[in-house]
Every structure is written in structure tokens, then in C-alpha cells.
Design a protein around this ligand. Structure first.
Ligand SMILES: *Cc1c(COP(=O)(O)O)cnc(C)c1O
Length: 367
């Protein structure tokens, strides 16, 4: 049996999802193009928007970062000005992208345990009318914090800015109202809460906004506009698509619907999260974030202060139990992370908790 992945993705997938990959197809096969068409439509349904309302889906080869980079490198015109809000690695990565592409950027950087207040964003927008785009990460996977995409969205809308949301680790498990938040570009990927296998990302965007992006891309392969134009014409990728990943993804969407959609998946993940928090509290583990800011996707735990605790040993011993946790990524605090997304259920969380207890006891960190 495979290990249990308590990570933010790739995650454990259903057997049926893996099984859906047992086919060879050409990238121009009608059968395959139908699958692409279906997925693009299903993703709009999941996002609660329609073609008639002026939204479309663009699939992009590569992991989630490729999708984010396709938006950053394509959406912002040469005279554009990006206001980037960051409180973690994934926000910082957007900053790096903007720098590589020579995009004028104002960055509001916060500590990793702080939810950026929408008032701060408003203050910048009032002071500096040259800002054209606002970008933020929804669930900042660095910590698991849920950022206030509602508050920021309302401000972006009020000042008429293009709004970009990295919803990589939340879409599919956290309800997001694209219309109310007036999101122009929402990015997510195949291997997170939709529970597919890795290989592509997707962008749900407003047609009107996409329309303005023609000729703006600073890259060939990540040109979101050209990818959209081709996909819109005939559901074709411009370059070799990850065929099997896409077949698996269609199955993953089917499984998500069978589970009861975003709401039910959200419920399962929340139950996993609560069980994890209760169980780790009993073991004396403390979380890095305040509970009110902590999302239910992934949680950062402080290293136990006991001198016997050694993360590498802890990780390896858990691994021997078939339980894979995730290392921390914080700038100034020693943490490890435990994700609870993917094919994980309460009994899996219970097994992990027992393994953690066994390993900490073996290490003489707890008795
Ligand atoms: C996973 C993730 C990404 C993309 O990471 P990849 O390694 O490229 O898949 C981007 N943003 C967030 C918030 C993520 O969780």
C-alpha cells in the first residue's frame, strides 16, 4: 500500500482516478478534445460561473506555479502596476516572477502569521492610482493561513482593479464566490483539492479581461492569451498536453461530484482538521497560527521544545510507519506541517496520531 501523504499536494488519489490513466490517446483525438471541453465546463460549474456570464477556463501544462506564472507574465501590460500582498513563500514567488518580467510592483509584505488587513490595501490604492492589478494567495500553504480574499476583493472591485487570486490549495474545498469577489483570474491545479494527479494547472478568468491580454505575454509557452485562444477555438493545447493527467482529472471531478461537491469535500477536510487539532493538542503539540486564522487545509506545528526532538528523525520514523508529513518553510520559526487534504478520512488521521504518539514516545519527547 502507498504511504499516506499529509502534504499539500501531490496528495493521495482514488484508485479510480489512477485507473483512468490507463489509456493512450493522441493530443488531437476527438475523444481527448471532448474531455478537455468537458473539464473546462465542469471547472466553471465548480466555480459557480457560466460562459454566458463571461467566464472561461484555460488549462496550462505544468504544476501550479506554471499557471500562476502564465497569469503574471500575460495579464499585466508593460505600463501596468501590480500590488502584491504576501505573507508567505507562494506570495513571495509571485514577487519573484514580477521581477523577472520587469513588472512594476508594489509589495505589501506581512509576517507569516498575520492576515493582511483589507484596509491596508485600500490605503495603497487611494494613495497610488497607477496600480492596475492586485494579487493575493488565498490559502497561503506556507502556514495554512486563510487570507481575506473577500475583503481584498471588495476593495479591488471598489477601485476597479484587475484581481488575481492564487487559490491553488483551496479551490475545490473552500467555497469561493468569483462573481461577488469580482475575481478576474483564479488559479489552481490538478493535484490539490480536486484530488487529481499532478501535471497541469488551470485559470478561471473573465473573458473581457483575457481579451485585453493579446500580445502581452513575455513568454511563449506560458502565454495565457494564446493558450486561451486555441482552447476556445478547438479545445486544443498548443503543445503536448498531459493526456493521462487530464483523463485522471475528469475522473477526479466525477468523484468530487459523487462526494457531494465542494461543500461536502470541505466538510470532510474540516472534520479531518478538527480531529488532527484535538489529537495533537492531547500530545502537547502547539500550532503556529492563531486558531481564528488557521485554515482547514494544512496546519503548521511548532517543534516540541524538548531537547530530544529532532525533526529529521521524527520525519523518518513517521515515514517508516507509512505516514508522510511535510517540512516547515517559515522564515523564522521551526515548524513542520501536516496537511489533511486528498484521500484522507478520520481513520487515517487517527492512525497518524497514533504513529506520532509512538514516535514521540520512542524519542523520549513524551512519556
Ligand atoms: C501548491 C501551490 C502552488 C503551486 O506549487 P507547485 O509546486 O508549482 O504545484 C502555488 N501556490 C500555492 C498557494 C500552493 O499551495
Amino acid at each position: 500500500m502507498d504511504n499516506k501523504l499529509f502534504t499539500p499536494g501531490p496528495i493521495n488519489t482514488k484508485y479510480s482516478v489512477k485507473e483512468a490513466m490507463l489509456h493512450d490517446m493522441g493530443s488531437r483525438d476527438m475523444e481527448f478534445l471532448e474531455v478537455v471541453k468537458e473539464i473546462r465546463l465542469e471547472l466553471l460549474h465548480l466555480a459557480g460561473v457560466t460562459r454566458d456570464e463571461g467566464y472561461d477556463t484555460v488549462l496550462m501544462q505544468g504544476s501550479g506555479t506554471f499557471g500562476v506564472e502564465s497569469v503574471i507574465s500575460t495579464a499585466i501590460p508593460p505600463d501596468g502596476h501590480l500590488l502584491l500582498i504576501t505573507n508567505g513563500t507562494y506570495g513571495d514567488r509571485i514577487k519573484q516572477m514580477a521581477k523577472v518580467y520587469g513588472i512594476r510592483t508594489t509589495t505589501l509584505k506581512y509576517k507569516e502569521n498575520v492576515v493582511p488587513p483589507a484596509e491596508d490595501i485600500e490605503e495603497v490604492l487611494i494613495k497610488d492610482e497607477t496600480v492596475t492589478h492586485v494579487a493575493i494567495v488565498h490559502c497561503e500553504t506556507t502556514t495554512g493561513i486563510f487570507n481575506d480574499i473577500e475583503g481584498v476583493g471588495l476593495v479591488a472591485r471598489k477601485y476597479n482593479k484587475i484581481y488575481i487570486v492564487d487559490a491553488m490549495s483551496s479551490f475545490g474545498a473552500v467555497p469561493i464566490d468569483l462573481k461577488a469577489l469580482d475575481i478576474d483570474f483564479l488559479v489552481s491545479s490538478s493535484n490539490k483539492c480536486i484530488e487529481g494527479v499532478p501535471g497541469f494547472s488551470f485559470v478561471i478568468a473573465k473573458n473581457n479581461t483575457l481579451q485585453t491580454c493579446i500580445g502581452q505575454a513575455r513568454t511563449i509557452s506560458l502565454d495565457l492569451y494564446s493558450q486561451w485562444a486555441d482552447m476556445r477555438k478547438n479545445n486544443q493545447f498548443r503543445f503536448t498536453p498531459p493526456i493521462q493527467t487530464i483523463l485522471a482529472f475528469r475522473k477526479a471531478i466525477e468523484e468530487l461530484k459523487a462526494e457531494g461537491g465542494i461543500e461536502k469535500r470541505s466538510e470532510r477536510y474540516r472534520q479531518n482538521y478538527h480531529r488532527l487539532i484535538e489529537g495533537t493538542e492531547v500530545l502537547g503539540l502547539r500550532t503556529y497560527l492563531n486558531k481564528k486564522d488557521q485554515g482547514y487545509i494544512i496546519t503548521s506545528f511548532l517543534f516540541p521544545e524538548h531537547p530530544n526532538f529532532d525533526f529529521t528523525r521524527f520525519y523518518e520514523k513517521l515515514h517508516q510507519h507509512g505516514q508522510v508529513i511535510y517540512q516547515g518553510k517559515l522564515s523564522d520559526t521551526n515548524c513542520f506541517r501536516i496537511g489533511n487534504i486528498g484521500q484522507l478520512y478520520l481513520e487515517d488521521i487517527d492512525r497518524l496520531l497514533i504513529a506520532i504518539q509512538d514516535v514521540l514516545t520512542e524519542m523520549d519527547v513524551i512519556s
